[in-house]
Design a binder for this molecule. Sequence first.
Ligand code: SAH
Length: 373
Amino acid sequence: MGALDKDEARKSYATIEGSRVLRMTAVEPRPDLADLERPALESALEARGHKRFHARQIFRWIYKHGVTDVAAMTDLSRELRATLSGEFALTTPALTHRDISADGTQKFLLRLADGRHIESVFIPDTPANTFCISTQVGCAMACAFCLTGKMGLVRNLTAGEIAGQVRVLAGALEMRDKKFNIVLMGMGEPLHNYDDTMRALRILADEHGFGLSARRITLSTVGLLPALERLAISLHAPTDLQRGELVPINKKYGVADIIAACQRFPLNRRSRITFEYVLLAGVNDSPQDARKLAKLVAGVKSKVNLIPLNAAPGIPFERPSDEVIDRFAKIVADHGVSVSVRKSRGRDIRAACGQLIVEGPRKSAAQQLAVVM
Ligand code: SAH
């Protein structure tokens, strides 16, 4: 160990330090216009010496006109556009693939800025036109019958990526001026990415953007409490014993907790909570299950939406026969509970509930199996 070594060491330390400083300045992230709520955008503009009211113009360009580049915002001066382009990013998911089902449902594969992929689905004429959008890449909830669950959680989506799906779909379908509903029933558990999901909903609701009213938005959750405005809860079984097998998070938030939280939830006079219930042959579809379910939800202002399983390779469950589905629905209805059976759309292109999955670099054994089969 001579003096030389020490010098060398000091030099390389300095280099590392130097490059660290360099790297920090190089990747200092610019705020993303697509990721900001309007009040936050107003503050960000003001902080950079611009007028707050430009936020309204920017919102109109991004959401009403579908512009993806500041340079195209032609009611801002040329200088302002040039400055804003340096100060802010404007990121939009790239549409890389589109599948169209025989029933008119369309599935969109979108590539995010980091190369990850998500799927979003357009479900036409139900009679509403509905965008089914994702809140996470993958999902951590690992429900036993869901393909997305097989991916595990890769990462949360940002608010800009969640709202960005609506921008891309509205553009690709030429529906910017049309009315549409949003269901957060794509990939992911929205309440597991609570902050960005809520921020995305506020962005979508902004009167200078899409102006979507809360009435048009349905958030479906596995039951991570608390929840919001309009709820659909994925119940799937009437007892903790059964639900625990299907929905792992039930060990933390059980059936009784969910029902109690629903009873406490302040609902508007005309609103009801939707309980989703995936029907799995021989698992939760018996007459006894139907009676238990009806009794369980009787104390909540609610309706039940039965979802016959969309079977998939690697998912160890079967869809019940139509007779069993009808019998189940009838028993629930006979108990005075409002019940509907979801007609699954887009099954031929794997766009239906629980069928959204994109192959990532890290494939689980079950996912590999699903691809092979
Ligand atoms: N994480 C949210 C959104 C999931 S998708 C939630 O759990 O509610 C919307 C609905 O489709 C949920 O009720 C989900 O449990 C259901 N689902 C998942 N996989 C399915 C499958 N293979 N067949 C039918 N429905 C499924």
